[in-house]
Design a protein around this ligand. Sequence first.
Ligand code: DGY
Length: 324
Amino acid sequence: MAHVYVTRELPGRPLELLRSAGHTVDTWPGELPPPADVLRERLRDADAAITLLTDRITGELLDDCPNLRVVANVAVGYDNVDPAVAAEHGVWLTNTPGVLAETTADFAFALLLAAARRVVESDRDTRAGGWKTWSPTGFLGPDVHGATLGIVGLGEIGQAVARRALGFDMRVLAYTRTPRDVPGVSRVAGLRELLAASDFVSVHVPLTGQTQHMFGRDAFAAMKPGAVFVNTARGGVVDQEALVAALRERRIAGAALDVTDPEPLPLDHALYTLPNVIITPHIASASVATRSRMAEMAARNVIAVLDGKEPPNAVNRPAEPRGR
Ligand code: DGY
């Protein structure tokens, strides 16, 4: 029997799966992440951890938790854990690929539509008593159908967004470092080229050393003046100062952000003062079914490792896995 620490209450049946595999489970009950000292203390005796993207798992922490054999992140992204550092410690790191692409793409598209057609802004205005009459000039925005969408990063989520865009009769361009052909999508050789040609830009790259602040002053300057920027990937891919400047100077028309840096974005941040910005609290994968599947997938990864098997969704490969 092994012991699993789960850093937040999760939807679905992950605990049932773990318990029926014979393991004991302890869950952090708070709505906020466990503080670093609590996490360290709880993981000290744990054989496995189910973590969220808000839990930083460092080498130092792993040094202190000699029994820990697997960190199963309930996310496809894993910028909260360095996979190489975990592997050096003999610890498997797993993620949740495949199960959240469609749900995340739905949300990216919802943001795109909402920003283009000023859904949030007009709702806010209506509630504040601004609806006086039908106005021929009120809340005008660009059409989505027939416009060009530039997708940055053509993995599972980028491809799912492309399918939706094609259904809206959009022209779809993509910039990707992994060569792949997707029906109806034209690949462009450079980011600048994509930005200069797109009415909407949607970001779907992981946060890495290469993508950190990929969208800075130069990128926003390369975008069309009326373009809308959508980010459901990671806040760190954007230089937010540069984004604020681009929006203030009307170099781009709007932005819809499900991710920011940091998260949550402090309430006094300049982005909140701009009417042409939509900010949501990192909820692109938040459907009941998808979040349950993600949690259950993490539990299955844990069970595999505790059974002495390779986890199905490993993102690293420890040369000498702990516990063998
Ligand atoms: C992920 O999975 O990385 C998302 O950001 C949360 O669903």
